[in-house]
Design a protein around this ligand. Structure first.
Ligand code: ACM
Length: 649
């Protein structure tokens, strides 16, 4: 009792202006939650969160009152659906009621601090109030509110024996950046309209507001364009293969090309509307002049290479030689021909329709990794260079980018490209998405280009997040703790021009939607906090605690995520006398690792890892497992010693 009194007193008088605290049930009020203790674990961390005395309990009949209910329809529906599904309580929206359970209020006088997406959330013992300037702010406030209730609120079915309490708090919150994106590559592998909707549902929990759809690449063209039927008759289909993408045996002519798909224009309209109702914009990307094999396979006349008439959409076989670095050497010419006027006519048709379908102000035109080796030997390109006074291949590409930008502008849109567009002379109005690290973004922002930061170092969700033995192999790794260090507005950049930050999910090695989710979460928690929360609020230890709470929510929401934080980082080295030494480093605190070399499955009664291991002479396998206290929490990882020997080479 005294402890409770002391705790509540502290809450009343101490504004929690740093990270949220994780407090036990007994401290904050009893809960019969079957699964989770009562925690405040909002992601992304709000700008300001003050705990107050007491808790709010959802009554049997919940009334939601909205100041302008038509504008707040989405928030009301979202909240009602969460509450009724998980709790079984009734939700009504009476026009006049003296003391509604939940009040959603749009400010009549703008609160400058909140901007377009900020909100205030007050949870009091008998009422919840969310205020904002705009409907988007109310919607993000609702996301925070949901995270204050027990994790079971995320359940897809009715959950019994939960006290539906939320701690009393005052939250003031608004985002650092107006563009908080996730890129979803639906070209390498096609994902259905329903899966894209699920992707949107997953992202809005963490206040992402931009979905970048990568709609065209060597492996598929994914959007119906009227008047260009071959794009979807031929360009959307490859041969189904599974295994390690990139190394597939080239398909034979008789193998059926039935793997893939595309979105009809009606599908796109439905997705745009679905996203809009959740305050998400969709940025379409048509990646040219490289990554264009699906276009070339459909319309070979858009290539500089006569042999393109024989080209087919890529099914994961090798088409590039990366051995000398970027840009790669193309083994087949996957580029549009900058010297061919038909290319600009084609792009005009495509962009006329894309611009109408997507209301968002930008269109992303790719520009990355365009190989130049076929251009170098092409007579049309040589003639273009002479005519336009172009000296180098990057200048040829820059000529192309400028012409494409003019088409984009003629459709009433703004042009964006990957940071390669900076090479060879960039147009002053082009916006840049910086992916090859932060440096191009910094340079572009300082040169007054609008910039979205999405650097490989921190924000590439296709990279492995755990040891290679547990995941599809990708050429690089990105652990959660590195993703959490993402700072989209570095001190050396002109902050005024950094309009956003985002993470990118390329899907070469992702063959199904469960793996999409596994790759996105929890690293997108780290990205969401990096693009929403003030940098001073970021705190790794506290973030990990909140991440673990969010895992319970994702379990209940049936969203897959990676448990890689519970597996150690495995590294190898050689001792001075050339012995193999295996180091196991937990990514987070509070874990213990147990191991075996005798091929049996270790548990917590096995040897505990304390320092680098030298395998016994005849051992062929190291098996490891991580525990938190008495609970196994990491995955059982089996590492052949021969494999570790190779890593040490
Ligand atoms: C990219 O990752 N090639 C933009």
């Amino acid at each position: 009792m005294n402890k409770l009194f002391l705790f509540l007193s502290c809450c009343i008088f101490t504004a929690n202006t740093y990270a949220q605290s994780i407090v036990s049930e007994t401290e904050i009020g009893e809960s019969e939650s079957a699964v989770s203790p009562k925690l405040i674990a909002i992601i992304p961390e709000p700008v300001s969160l003050m705990k107050k005395a007491g808790t709010f309990t959802l009554p049997e009949n919940v009334s939601i009152q909205a100041s302008k209910s038509a504008d707040l329809k989405q928030s009301i529906e979202f909240l009602s659906q969460r509450i009724t599904t998980a709790t079984g309580k009734s939700v009504s929206t009476p026009v006049s009621v003296t003391h509604p359970t939940i009040k959603l209020i749009l400010n009549t006088h703008e609160d400058a601090q909140l901007g377009l997406e900020g909100y205030k959330l007050n949870v009091n013992p008998t009422q919840i109030v969310i205020t904002a300037n705009k409907p988007a702010g109310i919607f993000w406030g609702v996301q925070s509110l949901i995270q204050l209730f027990p994790a079971e609120i995320e359940s897809k079915e009715l959950v019994a024996n939960v006290k539906w309490k939320a701690p009393c708090v005052d939250v003031i919150d608004y985002p650092k950046l107006g563009w908080r994106g996730l890129m979803f590559d639906v070209a390498r592998h096609f994902f259905t309209k329903q899966e894209v909707k699920q992707f949107i549902d997953d992202m809005v929990r963490y206040k992402f507001n931009l979905l970048h759809l990568h709609l065209a690449d060597d492996e598929g063209w994914r959007i119906e364009i009227k008047g260009l039927p071959k794009l979807t008759e031929l360009g959307a289909w490859s041969v189904k293969k599974v295994g390690t993408f990139g190394d597939f045996i080239p398909p034979t002519a008789d193998e059926p090309r039935t793997y893939g798909g595309f979105y009809t224009q009606e599908d796109i309209k439905e997705l745009v509307q679905y996203a809009k109702e959740r305050f998400v914009n969709i940025l379409p990307e048509i990646d040219v002049p490289g990554h264009s094999l699906a276009i070339i396979a459909s319309y070979p006349e858009l290539s500089c290479t006569p042999d393109a008439v024989n080209y087919k959409v890529r099914s994961g076989e090798k088409i590039m030689d990366w051995s000398r670095g970027a840009p790669p050497l193309a083994l087949v010419d996957n580029t549009l021909c900058p010297a061919n006027e038909k290319v600009y006519v084609f792009l005009d048709s495509v962009l006329t329709q894309v611009a109408k379908l997507f209301p968002f102000e930008y269109i992303h035109m790719g520009g990355d990794e365009a190989p130049h080796n076929f251009w170098e030997k092409n007579e049309q390109i040589k003639a273009l260079m002479q005519r336009e006074g172009l000296k180098t291949m990057p200048q040829v590409q820059a000529y192309f980018e400028k012409r494409v930008e003019q088409i984009v502008i003629s459709k009433g849109k703004k042009f964006m490209g990957w940071d390669e567009i900076l090479e060879g002379g960039v147009s002053p109005t082009a916006a840049v998405m910086s992916w090859r690290g932060m440096k191009y973004g910094i340079q572009a922002a300082n040169d007054k280009h609008n910039v979205v930061m999405s650097p490989t170092d921190f924000a590439y969700l296709d990279y492995m997040q755990a040891d290679v033995i547990t995941e599809p192999k990708v050429y690089a790794s990105l652990r959660l703790n590195k993703a959490y260090q993402f700072n989209p507005i570095p001190a050396s950049a002109n902050a005024k021009y950094i309009i956003g930050g985002q993470a990118n999910l390329w899907t070469e090695q992702i063959f199904n939607f469960r793996q999409v989710q596994y790759m996105v979460w929890p690293r997108a928690f780290a990205i969401s906090e990096s693009v929403w929360s003030p940098i001073e609020k970021k705190n790794w230890t506290n973030f990990v605690e909140r991440t673990e709470e969010q895992f319970k929510r994702l379990d209940l929401a049936e969203v897959k995520y990676s448990p890689a934080i519970y597996d150690p980082i495995i590294s190898v080295k050689r001792s001075p006398d050339k012995q193999l030494m295996i180091e196991l480093t937990p990514e987070i605190d509070g874990l213990e690792i147990y191991y075996s070399f005798d091929n049996s499955t270790p548990d917590r009664f096995y040897p505990k890892y304390t320092s680098a291991l030298v395998p016994p002479k005849d051992a062929s396998m190291l098996r490891i497992i991580t525990y938190k206290g008495k609970q196994p929490i990491g995955r059982l990882i089996s590492l052949p010693i021969t494999d570790l020997q190779k890593r040490a080479r």
